[in-house]
Design a protein around this ligand. Structure first.
Ligand code: EPZ
Length: 419
């Protein structure tokens, strides 16, 4: 079993490169099957979830090849519309093949998706969207089958602005002739990235960045060349890690416009953050001030994916910070792990009060999901002595060369194998 051996107490100084966004590239890779052409996806990160998406594409009959950070998908040879159950279960984004396969072949069959354990993660809105556009679906024996009899554009009203359901609705809507309007759509920048890619394939879509998307479906789609946006959550993770240990970090490729809430929080705590040519610089004081209240919300609110990394940054801050998790029902599991390092945190339902302590100490830790893993690493980097972090596979799902990037900026972190 692999683990990180982390010795805390060093400042992070230097430059980290931000890679392509995981939560953009996964819907974009699913979208590749919408056409019979060749798609060239640039700035594609080397992460385990991309490997899973590539494996799904290959099992469906597509040809996938990589050169440096360009992934090429040739979907001409698609010869199936059923995902292998073990690959469906390997990540949440497998559900996006539902919409993409309906558009391409008029049917899809897949097992319920996996992904980070953050509490119940239903797919009712995904199925509702497919159903509104003419899909008949049934779920039996851990298999969801959906078939399009007469696809046709329609109004889709989402109960909440789900990121994945908005993406699936878009993927279906480009294939359903006529006009579709998606109300209460998610406004995350990754939605705009997917729209950008679908547009490059020939789709007609308006309204990205707002809660109302208009799609003129049924247009012929073709292959495209597209560059994935930088990963704002990878950037947020490094910003928080540097903030927690008094660092001075330049994040090459990070975009300020997608990081407003995180930047404002860290500035409130005493960090200086400036836009410099080609990226963002953060300079942190030796000890942060507590942040008052932090409540997660759909974009443009404070991102749920940055909640654990931000909490890690504030474990040693002067004063108390109150976090409220409003997006997922069980996304405070890292609090127990932080306590192992000596952090003082009171959890009550979806709220966690962090009372800053002057020092943390090394401990054995277990990552329970992707962002939890990044946050625990950031916390261990502040702790005196050595920590062991298990569950590294969670981190690999979404961060390219995480330990290498941190080592380059001064962290003492090593990947080891337990016998
Ligand atoms: C996406 O997950 C991201 N994943 C998550 O990133 C991110 O935390 C989340 O959006 C919120 O920003 C990818 O893009 C691959 P949702 P998704 O549908 O699409 C409820 C990370 O660490 N809901 O917006 O699954 C749901 O239970 C991760 O990179 C329904 O009720 O999130 C949740 O409470 C993890 N029914 C809320 O909506 C549905 O059919 C938001 O979920 C779908 C969702």
């Amino acid at each position: 079993m692999e683990y990180y051996a982390i010795k805390g107490g060093r400042r992070l100084t230097g430059e980290v490169r931000v890679h392509g966004a995981k939560n953009s590239v996964l819907p974009i890779l699913a979208a590749c099957v919408c056409c019979k052409g060749v798609c060239e996806i640039r700035n594609c990160p080397r992460i385990a979830d991309v490997d899973t998406a590539a494996a799904i594409l290959e099992r469906l009959g597509c040809r996938v090849s990589r050169q440096d950070d360009i992934l090429t998908v040739d979907a001409a040879g698609l010869n199936g519309c059923a995902l292998p159950p073990e690959l469906s279960a390997a990540m949440r984004s497998s559900i996006l093949f539902l919409g993409a396969l309906l558009t391409r072949c008029g049917e899809a069959s897949l097992a319920p998706p996996g992904g980070c354990a953050l509490g119940a993660r239903p797919i009712d809105l995904h199925l509702y969207a497919a159903g509104r556009l003419g899909g008949n679906w049934e779920q039996r024996d851990q298999c969801i089958r959906c078939r399009w009899e007469r696809p046709c554009g329609a109004e889709i009203r989402l109960r909440c602005p789900s990121v994945g359901a908005t993406e699936n609705a878009l993927l279906c809507a480009v294939g359903a002739p006529g006009e579709t309007v998606i109300w209460n759509a998610a406004r995350e920048p990754e939605i705009a990235d997917l729209v950008g890619f679908l547009r490059a394939m020939g789709a007609e879509i308006k309204g990205e960045g707002s809660g109302e998307l208009h799609v003129c479906g049924g247009r012929p789609l073709h292959g495209a060349v597209y560059t994935v946006m930088p990963d704002r959550m990878e950037a947020a993770s490094y910003l928080c890690a540097a903030a927690g240990c008094g660092g001075d970090l330049f994040l090459k490729g990070a975009e300020r416009r997608t990081l407003d809430e995180v930047v404002e929080l860290l500035a409130r705590c005493g960090c200086q953050i400036s836009e410099e040519r080609g990226g963002l610089r953060l300079q942190a004081p030796e000890r942060l001030r507590a942040a008052g209240r932090v409540a997660t919300a759909p974009y443009p609110g404070f991102p749920t994916d940055a909640q654990a990394p931000a909490m890690a940054a504030l474990l040693r801050a002067a004063g108390t910070t109150a976090f409220t998790e409003n997006v997922f029902e069980n996304r405070l599991r890292h609090a127990d792990q932080f306590r192992r390092l000596g952090a003082k945190i009171d959890v009550d339902g979806s709220c966690a009060e962090v009372h800053g302590v002057p020092t943390l100490h090394g401990a054995a830790l277990e990552a329970t999901d992707l962002r939890c893993g990044a946050a625990l690493t950031a916390a261990a980097l502040q702790a005196e002595g050595e920590s062991r972090l298990y569950g590294v596979s969670h981190i690999r799902r979404g961060y390219e060369d995480f330990e290498g990037s941190l080592r380059n900026v001064g962290a003492e972190i090593e990947l080891r194998s337990a016998t």
